[in-house]
Design a protein around this ligand. Structure first.
Ligand code: HDL
Ligand code: ZN
Length: 416
């Protein structure tokens, strides 16, 4: 039996150490294993041209959208660096993340010499860099976002190449659910599935076959879709019909949870391209209905609106088939991470997945997890202290057990 943790400072140190040392499974990223080639983004110019920084740059620069999008990636990075790091202090979370990453890599942040950082990456092999980043970030494995409708990604899957086992897959089905008539129906026909626009019983069967084929091919940890804030279920729409007749039965048949990421408004400012998406507060009646009427299905859920988080926690208390995860996108900022981690622990104890990185660029794993570990560690230390103040003495082994559950154990148990 490991020694009991009894003094306050000893307790805090033990909690922080447990959080800092625990390897994490990152359950939602946009990273790709090396066989996907250039789809795996890494290096300082990719970091600087992350769409979060593009949006922030336009708030400070006089450069037009048209002129920016005509620039090369290097020219874009030069403008962003000059605008957000030199002419202004890189104080936002997305900017600070790059400073943290460069610092953790041991580069001379004080020099502010962008070319020297570029030289560092120019000498790096991607396979070596993956090892370096995973070790620095203490990431055990990441779950990718894999879209069978994507023209660049699809052929790699069809070539049946095997990648790095640290990169697991997730079957992303946004085109199927959000653009069936506009795109997916024709694409599925082209792929050899006998579907139709009216979603006849035959077509629904073919969509189930498509999902089964890709589950067998990808072996995904879950099926995921991002949904607008006005998503409703049940819904008299192609989306509602496909969820009811295809997603839910296939999810049960293959034991592949359905992940709903609700609250995104795509392209509220199209001039910003990938940086142009917005958000809205959702009506969570859709989740209540899905969870209540499908208690043999497993649902992973993350929401984009801060104002939805308390309701989501209450839903988590009502439905054990709901696993809440992460601080998604516009939620992934220290002030909100701290607030909702505290709220989740107070309402749900240790039965959530507190964070994912959403990393698009490999290097981001370093800062996204360093920042989140600090925040989650502080909240946990406070909560164990509250226990100690009431006489409950948590041992080091118990704290390590609890942190392991939050950083991967809950996920693996939920999907098994
Ligand atoms: O839909 C999603 O998975 C979102 O995470 C978007 O990819 C978004 O652009 C993003 O990267 N957010 O962090
Ligand atoms: Zn994402």
């Amino acid at each position: 039996m490991s020694e009991a943790v009894i003094s306050s400072q000893n307790l805090r140190d033990t909690v922080i150490e447990a959080v800092q040392s625990q390897e994490v499974t990152d359950i939602h990223t946009h990273l790709f294993t090396p066989p996907f080639g250039d789809l795996l983004l890494w290096g300082v110019d990719e970091l600087i041209t992350y769409h979060y920084l593009i949006a922030e740059t336009f708030r400070k620069t006089e450069v037009s959208y048209e002129k920016f999008w005509r620039m090369s990636k290097t020219e874009q990075a030069d403008l962003i660096w000059q605008t957000l790091f030199i002419e202004n202090s890189p104080i936002s979370e997305a900017c600070r993340g790059i400073v943290t990453t460069l610092n953790e890599l041991g580069l001379d942040v004080a020099s502010r010499n962008l070319q020297s950082y570029r030289d560092y990456f120019a000498s790096m092999k991607v396979e070596d860099y993956i090892d370096l980043v995973f070790n620095l970030a203490k990431v055990k494995e990441v779950v990718m976002t894999n879209d069978p409708f994507d023209s660049a990604e699809r052929p790699v899957w069809l070539s049946e190449v095997s990648g790095d086992p640290r990169f697991q897959s997730a079957l992303r089905i946004d085109p199927l659910l959000n653009a069936y008539h506009e795109a997916a129906c024709d694409q599925l026909s082209a792929f050899g599935y006998d579907v139709d626009r009216s979603l006849s019983e035959r077509a629904l069967g073919e969509i189930r076959r498509f999902l089964g084929d890709w589950i067998k091919r990808m072996k995904p940890k879950y099926m995921a879709v991002s949904l607008p804030p006005d998503f409703q279920f049940p819904e008299a729409s192609a989306r509602g019909k496909i969820i009811e007749a295809c997603i839910l039965p296939v999810s049960r048949e293959f034991n592949v949870p359905f992940a709903l990421m609700i609250g995104v408004k795509r392209a509220v400012n199209p001039h910003l391209q990938l940086a142009g998406d917005g958000m809205g507060k959702a009506d969570l009646t859709c989740l209540e209905n899905l969870l209540r009427e499908n208690q043999d299905n497993k649902f992973l859920v993350t929401l984009l609106s801060r104002e939805n988080q308390h309701e989501l926690c209450v839903l988590g208390r009502k439905f054990k088939n709901l696993m809440i995860f992460g601080c998604w996108w516009f939620m992934n900022n220290p002030s909100i991470i701290e607030e909702i981690t505290r709220e989740r622990i107070e309402l749900l104890g240790l039965s959530v997945i507190p964070q994912h990185s959403d990393a698009r660029i490999l290097d981001q794993l370093i800062y996204k997890w360093k920042h989140s570990r600090q925040l989650i560690g502080n909240v946990l230390a406070e909560k164990y202290q509250d226990l100690l103040d009431s006489g409950w003495i948590a041992t080091k082994a118990e704290i390590q057990r609890d942190v392991a559950a939050l950083f991967g154990g809950n996920f693996y148990r939920f999907i098994e």
